[in-house]
Write a new protein. Structure first.
Lengths: 503, 652
C-alpha cells in the first residue's frame, strides 16, 4: 500500500511542489529553486526505490505467461464515468525504468539550468509540470489518461522554448509544437477508434489487448497511431521539428526533449500501437522499415555537415532514435528488448550530451564548432564529459549505447526479411559515420590550440554542474557494465508484448 | 584449475585500478607518484602473469585450454550468451606475458620520457587503461568479448595518439586512426552478427570446431543485398571478421593510419603501435585459425594481403627520414610477415593442414614484440636527446650513448634476421612455411623483403649512430637512466628469445592442439635458413656501402629533393594519404553528406514550408468569406439552400 502511494506520488509531487511555490514571491529565486530541486531529488530517490521494488517483485515472478505484463502498484478507479475512462496507473519493468530515466533527467536538468537569469519561478514550475506529464505517460495504462499526459507535455515544451530559448525560438517552438500536435491528432483519432471498435467500453490497455480489433479497422488505424507516436520519436519524414526545436531550446528543455520526450514516441508505439493492433503491425512494420533507412543511414551523414553543436546532436539523436525504430520494425523479442534498452541508454546519453553542450555554450556564447578550439585546456571537466558522451554515442563498449546497439543489431538480424536484413547491415556499417561526426566535433571544439583569447579566461564546471554530469555518466556506465540484470528485467515486460504481437 | 588462476582477474584489475586512481585523483595532484603507482601496479600484474605462465606450462596442462573464470555479461537469448572470461592456452599466456612485461618496461621508460610533461599523470592513467583493455582482449573466450576490448584498445590508442591535443597534427592523426580502424571494426561487428546468427554462439571453442562444408550448413540465408548459402555466409563472416584485424593491424590499403599515429608520444608508439595493439589483428586470426582454415579461401586472402603489405611497407621504409616513421613502416612490414605466415598454411590432404606457419607467426609475434618495442624506445631516446625526429639531425650518436648503441645493434640484427638473434628463428620459420606450402611467389617476395628489412634497419642504424654529427643537439646527448634501463632489459629477450623460445613454440604452439585436423610435418628444406641469413647479411652490407663506408656520401643519402621520380613517389608513400583525403573530402563529405544535407534542407524542409504555405493560403481564402456584411451572408445562405435543394436532391 505504501509503495502504491509512493508510486502515485511520482507524478503528483511535482504538481504539489508547483502549488506550494505559488505563494512565494518570484524574487525569492533561491528558495524556489531549492524547493524544486529538493522535490526532484525526492522523486529521484523514490523512483530508484521503486525500480528496486519492481525488480524484486518482477524477477520473483519470472517472465509472465500470456500477453499481459504483471503490473505492480496497480491503481484503478473510476475517473470520467460518462466515457468509462479510468485512472489506471501501474508499473512494469519498461515503464518504471523510463520513469527512473525521467527522474534523472529532470533532476540533472534542474541542476543544469541553475543559472538561468530570468523568471526562474515560472521556468522551474514548467519543468516540474513537464516532468509530471512525462511521468504520467510512462505510468498510465488507460488510453485517455495516457493521452492527457501526452498532450500536456508538448504545451509545456512550447512555453519553455518560446520563453527561455535562444536564436529563432519562436519559429522553432511553433514548429515543434505544431508537428507534435499533428502527431497527437493522429493518435487521438486512433484511440477513439480503438475504444469504439473494441466494444468492451474500456480504455484499459491491458484489457484491450485481449480484444481482437477488426482487421479492416487495424489496417488504417495502425499506421496512423504508429506514425502519430513516431512524430515525437522523430522518425522520417517527421524528424524536421527536432533539429530546430533542440537548437532553440534552453539546456534543460533540450535534455528533456531529447532524453525523455522523444522516447515517448517509441514507448507509445510499442505500448499502444504494436500491443493493441498486432495483426496490422505484422503487416505494416516492414514498410515502416523503409522510413528507418533514412534515420539510421542518412541522418549521420547530415550531422557531418552541420557546424552547430546542437544541430549535430539533434541529428545524432535522430539516427539513434532510428535504431530504436529499427528494433521495433524488426520485431523479434531480442530486437524489442534492444529497442527498450536503446530508449533508456539514449536518454542518458543525450542528456549528457545536451547538458555538457549547454554548459559549454553558456560560457563560449557560440555553438559553432569552427569558432571554438582548444577548449579542453580551458575546461577539462566539461570537455571530458562531452567526449564521454561522444564515445557513448558512437557505441563504445562499457557504455550503455554499445549494449543497446549490439542487442538491436543481433536481434534485428534474426528477422529473416530481406529489407530488415539490408537495413541492419547498413546500420552496422554506419557506426563509422557516427564516429566521424563525433570525433570531428570533439576535435574541432576541444583540441588544437585555443583559438580566441577570451576563451582562455573561461571557467570549468562548478560543483553543481559537476554533480549533474557525474550523475548521468554513472548511469551510462552502470548500464554499460552490468547489462545482464537490466535485460532480464526488461524481458518481463517485453515478452508479453511480443506474445501479443505474435498472437 | 587452482586458486591462483581463478583469481587471475587481478592481472586486469591492477592496471585498471591504476587507470582509475591516476585518472580520477592523482593526475592533477602529483604526477610523479602517478607514475610510480602505475609502475608498481603494472609490475604486480607482470609478476602475476609470469607466475601464471610458469605454472601453466609446468603443470602439464600446457597445450590444453583452461577456462580460468567466466561471467555472463549479456545473455541475448537462452543459448546466445556474451560472457567475459579468461581463456588460458599457450597463445593467450604468451600474450599475457608479452603485454605485461612490455607495459611494465614502457611505464618505467615513460618516467624518463615524460619527465618534463606537465600532464604526465594523464599519460600514465591512459597507458594503464590501454594495458587493461589489451589484456582483456588477449584473454577473450569469445569473439564478443574480443570485440568489446578491441574497441577499448582503439579508444586508448586514439587518446594516446592525440595525447598532445594542442598539436593539430596529433589530433588529426588520432582521428584518422580511430575512424579508419572503426571502419574496419564495423565489418568486424557485422561479421560477428552474421556468424553468431548462423552458428548460434560467440565462443571460440564452438567457432573453431566448425566444419562449414557439412550438411548442417546447407540452407540459404537472405542477406538483403543477395542470397547466400549458410556455408558461404560462414566464409563471408570469416572474411568480415578478418577485416577487423585487417584494419587494426594496418594491412594495405588500410595502413595509412599507423605511420601517422607516430605523432603520439614515443612510449605510446612503442607499446601500442608496434608491440601489442597492432598485433591484435594477427592475434585474432591466430585465435580463430581453425575457423579461418575451415572457411575456404579466407586464408589465401590473408596471405595475399599480408605478403603485399610486407613488401609495400618495406619499400617505403627504405626512403623515409623520420626515424619513427621508418620504424612504423617496418612494423607494418613485420605485421605483413605474421599475417601471411598464418595465411600460408594450406590444406595438404584429406583433413590435414600444414601448420608450421601458425607456429612461426605466433613465434614472430613474440620475438618481434621485444625488439620492435626496444627499437621504438631507442628512437624515443634519440629524439629526446636531439629534439628532432629526422635523421638529418642525428649522426654519430653511438659514441654519446654506448648502452643504447649496443642494445640497438642487437635489435637491428634481430629484426634483420641474423643468427643467433631472436628474429632469425621466427623469420626463418615463416620463410620455411611459405616454401613448404608451395607458395613460391610469396616465398620469393618474403625473402626479398627480408633483405630490404636488413637494408633499411641498418640505414637507420648507420645514419643515426655512425658518421659525423649533423646537428648541435648531438653534442649534448647523453644516456638517461630511466630510459636506458628498459632498453637494456629488452635487449636480453631480443638476443635470446629466439634460441630459447624455439623449443616451446614448436612444442606447444600448433593449432593441432587447437582442434584443427592433424598437422603433417614436412620435409625440412635445409637451405632456407642459410638463404634467409645470407639475404640479411647482403642487405646490411649494402647499407654499409651506402651510408657507413669511409667517405660515404651521406648528404646525398638524406637528400629528398634532387631525386628520381620513382624515389619521390616512394618517399611520398605512393601518395596514399593524399588519395585518402581526396576520397573522404570530395566523395564522402562533399558528395554523400552534402547531398544528404541538401535533401534534408530543401526537399524535406521545402515540403514543410509547402504545407505551411498551403495552410496559410487556405486560411486567407476562407478569410475573405468572413467579410462582415450581412447581405453577403444572407446571399450565400439563399444560394446554398437553393443548391442544396436542386443539386443535392435533398428534401426541403
Amino acid at each position: 500500500m505504501l509503495d502504491t502511494i509512493l508510486f502515485n506520488l511520482i507524478w503528483v509531487l511535482p504538481l504539489l511542489t508547483v502549488a506550494l511555490c505559488v505563494p512565494i514571491s518570484r524574487t525569492q529565486t533561491k528558495i524556489i529553486k531549492r524547493i524544486h530541486l529538493a522535490s526532484a531529488g525526492v522523486i529521484l530517490a523514490d523512483s530508484i526505490y521503486l525500480v528496486y521494488r519492481v525488480f524484486g517483485l518482477a524477477m520473483a515472478e519470472g517472465i509472465p505467461q500470456g500477453n499481459k505484463p504483471t503490473l505492480q502498484f496497480l491503481t484503478d478507479f473510476n475517473w470520467l464515468s460518462s466515457i468509462n475512462a479510468h485512472y489506471i496507473v501501474g508499473a512494469d519493468a519498461l515503464s518504471i525504468l523510463m520513469v527512473f530515466l525521467t527522474a534523472i533527467i529532470v533532476f540533472t536538468g534542474m541542476l543544469a539550468s541553475w543559472k538561468i537569469d530570468h523568471q526562474e519561478k515560472d521556468f522551474f514550475a514548467l519543468i516540474q509540470i513537464l516532468g509530471a506529464s512525462v511521468y504520467g505517460v510512462f505510468m498510465s495504462f488507460d488510453l485517455v489518461l495516457f493521452f492527457v499526459f501526452y498532450e500536456m507535455e508538448a504545451l509545456c515544451m512550447y512555453l519553455m522554448i518560446a520563453g527561455w530559448g535562444t536564436g529563432n525560438k519562436d519559429y522553432s517552438g511553433k514548429k515543434l509544437t505544431l508537428t507534435l500536435a499533428l502527431g497527437s491528432a493522429m493518435v487521438l483519432a486512433t484511440i477513439f477508434g480503438i475504444y469504439i471498435e473494441g466494444g468492451i467500453h474500456s480504455w484499459d490497455i491491458t484489457k484491450l489487448a485481449d480484444v481482437h480489433l477488426s482487421e479492416t479497422f487495424q489496417m488504417w488505424a495502425f499506421p496512423l497511431a504508429f506514425m502519430g507516436f513516431a512524430v515525437s520519436g522523430s522518425l522520417f519524414p517527421f524528424h524536421f521539428w527536432s533539429p530546430d526545436g533542440h537548437s532553440s531550446a534552453p539546456t534543460a528543455v533540450s535534455m528533456l526533449a531529447a532524453g525523455v520526450m522523444m522516447k515517448m514516441g517509441p514507448y507509445g508505439c510499442i505500448r499502444v500501437a504494436i500491443y493493441l493492433m498486432p495483426e496490422a503491425a505484422r503487416f505494416w512494420l516492414p514498410y515502416i522499415a523503409y522510413l528507418v533507412l533514412f534515420n539510421v543511414v542518412v541522418a549521420g551523414f547530415i550531422a557531418i555537415r552541420h557546424k552547430d553543436l546542437k544541430y549535430i546532436t539533434a541529428y545524432s539523436s535522430i539516427s539513434h532514435l532510428g535504431l530504436i525504430f529499427l528494433g521495433l520494425a524488426a520485431a523479434t523479442p531480442l530486437a524489442f528488448r534492444g529497442a527498450a534498452l536503446q530508449m533508456l541508454s539514449h536518454g542518458f546519453l543525450t542528456g549528457l550530451f545536451f547538458a555538457s553542450i549547454g554548459m559549454i555554450y553558456s560560457r563560449t556564447h557560440t555553438r559553432n564548432i569552427n569558432e571554438m578550439g582548444g577548449l579542453m585546456k580551458v575546461m577539462p571537466f566539461l570537455g571530458v564529459c562531452f567526449v564521454i558522451a561522444g564515445f557513448a554515442g558512437l557505441g563504445l563498449p562499457g557504455f550503455s549505447g554499445f549494449v543497446a546497439e549490439a542487442t538491436i543489431f543481433i536481434g534485428s538480424f534474426q528477422n529473416e526479411s530481406t529489407l530488415i536484413r539490408m537495413i541492419t547491415i547498413l546500420g552496422i556499417l554506419s557506426i563509422t559515420v557516427t564516429a566521424i561526426y563525433i570525433l570531428q566535433t570533439a576535435n574541432r571544439m576541444l583540441h588544437g590550440p585555443v583559438t580566441h583569447a577570451h576563451f582562455k579566461v573561461l571557467t570549468d564546471a562548478d560543483p553543481i554542474e559537476k554533480t549533474a554530469l557525474v550523475l548521468i555518466t554513472a548511469c551510462l556506465v552502470g548500464v554499460g557494465l552490468f547489462p545482464g540484470w537490466i535485460s532480464a528485467f526488461l524481458d518481463t515486460s517485453i515478452v508479453p508484448i511480443f506474445a501479443n504481437f505474435m498472437r | 584449475m587452482n586458486d591462483f588462476a581463478s583469481h587471475s582477474y587481478w592481472i586486469l584489475l591492477l592496471p585498471f585500478l591504476s587507470f582509475l586512481i591516476n585518472g580520477l585523483y592523482l593526475c592533477r595532484k602529483d604526477r610523479k607518484s602517478a607514475g610510480i603507482l602505475s609502475i608498481v601496479l603494472n609490475g604486480c600484474a607482470m609478476v602475476y602473469a609470469i607466475v601464471l605462465a610458469v605454472q601453466y606450462f609446468q603443470s602439464g596442462m600446457a597445450p590444453g585450454k583452461v577456462l580460468a573464470w567466466e561471467y555472463s555479461f549479456l545473455p541475448f537469448t537462452e543459448t546466445l550468451i556474451a560472457s567475459v572470461g579468461m581463456l588460458l592456452d599457450p597463445l593467450s599466456v604468451m600474450m599475457l606475458v608479452v603485454v605485461t612485461v612490455i607495459s611494465f618496461l614502457v611505464n618505467i621508460y615513460s618516467m624518463g620520457y615524460m619527465r618534463e610533461d606537465l600532464s604526465s599523470g594523464r599519460f600514465f592513467s591512459l597507458l594503464s587503461f590501454f594495458s587493461f583493455s589489451m589484456l582483456g582482449l588477449v584473454i577473450a573466450t569469445n569473439v564478443f568479448q574480443m570485440y568489446f576490448f578491441w574497441e577499448l584498445v582503439g579508444v586508448a590508442s586514439y587518446m594516446l595518439i592525440g595525447f598532445w591535443y594542442h598539436k593539430p597534427s596529433a589530433v588529426s592523426a588520432s582521428k584518422q586512426a580511430f575512424i579508419l580502424t572503426r571502419f574496419a571494426d564495423s565489418f568486424f561487428l557485422l561479421g560477428i552478427v552474421l556468424v553468431s546468427y548462423v552458428v548460434g554462439s560467440f565462443d571460440f571453442s564452438v567457432l573453431n570446431a566448425l566444419e562449414p562444408a557439412t550438411a548442417a550448413f546447407s540452407g540459404m540465408i537472405d542477406l538483403g543485398f543477395c542470397d547466400i548459402s549458410r556455408s558461404g555466409a560462414l566464409v563471408l563472416g570469416s572474411i568480415l571478421i578478418f577485416t577487423g584485424g585487417w584494419g587494426k593491424s594496418a594491412m594495405f590499403p588500410m595502413h595509412i593510419w599507423l605511420p601517422n599515429a607516430m605523432e603520439g608520444p614515443t612510449p605510446v608508439s612503442s607499446i601500442i603501435h608496434s608491440a601489442t595493439m597492432v598485433v591484435a589483428g594477427v592475434y585474432l586470426v591466430a585465435r580463430l585459425f581453425p575457423f579461418f582454415a575451415a572457411c575456404e579461401g579466407t586464408l589465401n586472402l590473408i596471405m595475399v594481403v599480408g605478403c603485399f603489405t610486407a613488401i609495400f611497407a618495406a619499400v617505403i621504409a627504405c626512403t623515409q627520414k623520420d626515424i619513427k616513421r621508418i620504424l612504423a613502416y617496418s612494423t607494418l612490414s613485420q605485421l605483413g610477415y605474421m599475417m601471411f605466415a598464418l595465411g600460408a598454411c594450406t590444406v595438404v590432404g584429406e583433413n590435414t593442414i600444414n601448420t608450421l606457419g601458425y607456429t612461426a607467426s605466433t613465434f614472430h609475434i613474440f620475438t618481434h614484440a621485444f625488439f620492435k618495442c626496444m627499437l621504438f624506445l631507442v628512437a624515443g631516446s634519440l629524439i629526446h636527446q636531439v629534439h628532432s625526429n629526422d635523421l638529418d639531425a642525428m649522426g654519430g650518436l653511438g659514441k654519446k650513448m654506448p648502452w643504447t648503441y649496443w642494445s640497438s645493434l642487437i635489435a637491428c640484427l634481430a629484426i634483420s634476421g641474423v643468427p643467433p638473434f631472436s628474429g632469425f628463428f621466427s623469420k626463418d620459420e615463416i620463410l620455411l612455411s611459405a616454401f613448404q606450402n608451395g607458395h613460391v611467389i610469396v616465398f620469393g617476395v618474403a625473402l626479398f623483403t627480408s633483405g630490404l628489412t636488413a637494408f633499411y634497419m641498418f640505414r637507420l642504424f648507420f645514419l643515426a649512430f655512425h658518421g659525423e654529427p649533423r646537428s648541435a643537439g648531438v653534442a649534448h646527448a647523453h644516456e638517461d637512466k630511466a630510459m636506458t634501463f628498459p632498453i637494456v632489459m629488452l635487449a636480453i629477450p631480443s638476443l635470446g628469445a629466439g634460441y630459447f623460445g624455439k623449443e616451446i613454440f614448436a612444442r606447444y604452439f600448433t593449432p593441432g592442439m587447437l582442434q584443427v585436423p592433424l598437422a603433417t610435418p614436412m620435409e625440412h628444406a635445409a637451405w632456407v635458413p642459410f638463404a634467409a641469413a645470407g639475404v640479411a647479411i647482403v642487405g646490411i652490407a649494402i647499407a654499409w656501402l651506402f651510408y657507413a663506408r669511409p667517405y660515404a656520401n651521406v648528404k646525398h643519402a638524406l637528400d629528398t629533393e634532387n631525386r628520381s621520380a620513382l624515389y619521390k613517389v616512394v618517399y611520398h608513400k605512393f601518395y596514399f594519404d593524399e588519395g585518402y583525403y581526396a576520397i573522404v573530402r570530395e566523395f564522402l563529405f562533399g558528395g554523400i553528406a552534402a547531398s544528404a544535407k541538401w535533401f534534408d534542407d530543401y526537399i524535406i524542409g521545402g515540403l514543410v514550408k509547402l504545407v505551411c504555405v498551403i495552410c496559410q493560403k487556405a486560411g486567407s481564402l476562407v478569410r475573405y468569406l468572413q467579410s462582415g456584411y450581412l447581405t453577403f451572408y444572407i446571399g450565400t445562405l439563399i444560394v446554398g439552400v437553393l443548391l442544396w435543394r436542386y443539386l443535392g436532391n435533398l428534401p426541403v
